[in-house]
Ligand binder design. Structure first.
Ligand SMILES: [Zn+2]
Length: 89
């Protein structure tokens, strides 16, 4: 794992934070990028490649497994907006 740098891998200031994460979609994009830096990889079968579903989840194009980027994280099944979680970090 390469070292993470402020301004590249995470916001370096609160102003930058607000620019990066204006909506839950921005937060999800960021989580996706952290989890799958080079694109979706199925956690079930290891197949690289999937469709993003309308609800923000991914479906593996090989085995059909559906997963969300927040599965297994503190963001899973939370009703708290992601922007609030991110601000609390
Ligand atoms: Zn799969």
């Amino acid at each position: 794992m390469e070292r993470r740098s402020a301004g590249i891998h995470y916001p370096g200031s609160f102003g930058e934070f607000q620019t990066w994460f204006q909506s839950d979609a921005d937060c999800l994009d960021y989580l996706e990028w952290l989890r799958w830096p080079s694109g979706f990889v199925c956690p079930e079968c290891g197949h690289a490649g999937g469709w993003r579903l309308g609800d923000g989840r991914f479906m593996c194009t090989d085995c059909g497994n559906r997963t969300s980027v927040t599965a297994g994280t503190i963001f899973d099944r939370t009703r708290t907006p992601l922007t609030v979680w991110f601000a609390a970090w």
